[in-house]
Design a protein around this ligand. Structure first.
Ligand SMILES: Cc1ncc(COP(=O)(O)O)c(C=O)c1O
Length: 386
């Protein structure tokens, strides 16, 4: 029997990481101790109060029933309260919904609004889900929006042909470049979306992983953003809960209603016990500053960042200390893939920038999601070959 993939699946770009995984497998089989600085999954644990709450809520039988597909009322209330506390943004409950992590919402929002052939602006380099899991898998056309070093990795809207663009994705603090922005930049983005009647999907997944006193804004802080924007966030990075799959979308009522309509046909919301835990997690904020757990978490990450960037800079690589995320975007002085392969020779795994789009060529993304000792050792190994 032969089973043919749907055309939209055939359109997905080749899986660039497959080759790297193959080499990784060979190195492992040779007994080489690999240090993975490639994955965006924090090695640090969730705080104790979260794991305690999870045990308690999971033990409660009534928390194992179907949730409302838009999310439990107390979870949605906690999200609206968090937006008020953290960003000073007022939201109604119909401007909020639960997600199985922000990735799922980012992919599904396209299904609600994109018809075959509609264009979607996707940053380049970027988190691949905007173009692949979102746009391509619902027969839209992904139009790259270059984020270039000379523009501080911000979009140059003057260069965009806006015809038939229906939606755009924007992400700051940015993966993979780690760029952060202030409210002025967000105002320009909202103005562009409004002027051209483009649905603005803002990915704020790293809003809480910040350093040096930087606090990431929400797009919804911009006056009038609720006319065009929906924002995605989750507890994944903030509370080291990537595997718990709990996130949320907030913003324009019609956009939330469309996403909700799609999801009501696909899933039944995150587990009730996870939503209850998320309520406790979000309630740990008493103001716009990070709660104690997060301050300590980010301090650990900041020390790793400093170690990594200081060492790479001494070795002559162009990279800056990011004010957010747990990635360093490094100019590698050649082809991304060749650089990654060279590092694999000494057992250090990093991600080629070209995997995030054409404009990522010549860069690599190094994640500091490993303890300091491992990062130090990785730096020593890198130093041994440069
Ligand atoms: C930019 C960005 N957005 C969204 C996500 C998805 O995170 P989650 O689905 O765990 O909320 C990730 C995960 O790595 C990411 O890097």
């Amino acid at each position: 029997m032969t089973f043919e993939y749907a055309n939209r699946i055939k359109q997905l770009p080749p899986y660039l990481f497959a080759e790297i995984e193959k080499i990784q497998g060979i190195k492992k089989a040779q007994g080489i101790d690999l240090i993975s600085l490639s994955i965006g999954d924090p090695d640090l644990p969730p705080p104790q109060f979260i794991t305690d709450a999870l045990a308690k809520e999971a033990a409660d039988q009534k928390n194992h029933k179907y949730s409302f597909s838009q999310g439990e009322p107390d979870f949605r209330m906690a999200v609206t309260d968090w937006y008020k506390t953290r960003f000073g943004v007022d939201l109604q409950s119909d401007q909020t919904m639960a997600l199985l992590g922000s990735k799922e919402g980012i992919a599904n929002i396209t299904r609600a609004f994109i018809n075959p052939g509609d264009k979607v602006l996707c940053p380049d380099p970027a988190y691949p889900v905007y173009a692949n899991g979102g746009t391509i898998l619902c027969d839209g056309v992904a139009i790259p929006l270059p984020l270039l070093e000379e523009n501080n990795y911000c979009p140059d809207f003057k260069a965009v042909d806006t015809r038939r663009i229906k939606m755009m994705f924007i992400n700051y603090p940015n993966n993979p470049t780690s760029t952060t922005v202030n409210l002025e930049v967000l105002k320009e983005i909202v103005a562009f979306a409004k002027k051209n009647n483009i649905i603005l999907c803002y990915d704020n997944a790293y809003s809480e992983i910040t350093y040096d006193g930087y606090r990431a804004p929400s797009i919804l802080e911009v006056e009038g953003a609720l006319d065009v924007a929906v924002e995605f966030n989750s507890l994944s990075k903030t509370f080291n809960m990537t595997g718990d799959r709990i996130g949320f979308a907030v913003g324009n009522k019609t956009l939330i209603a469309g996403l909700s309509k799609v999801k009501s046909q696909i899933d039944s919301g995150p587990p009730v016990y996870t939503q209850k835990v998320a309520v406790e997690a979000l309630s740990s904020y008493t103001g716009c500053d990070p709660p104690e757990f997060l301050r300590q978490n980010n301090q650990i990450l900041q020390q790793r960042r400093d170690l990594l960037v200081d060492t790479l800079s001494k070795l002559g690589f162009g990279c800056e200390k990011p004010k957010a995320t747990f990635y360093v975007w490094v100019k590698c002085g050649g082809k991304s893939f060749e650089f990654v392969t060279k590092l694999l020779e000494v057992g250090v795994v990093v991600t080629p920038g070209s995997g995030f789009g054409r404009c990522g060529e010549g860069y690599v993304r190094i994640a500091f999601t490993q303890p300091k000792e491992r990062i130090r050792e990785a730096c020593e190994r890198i130093a041994s070959i440069f």
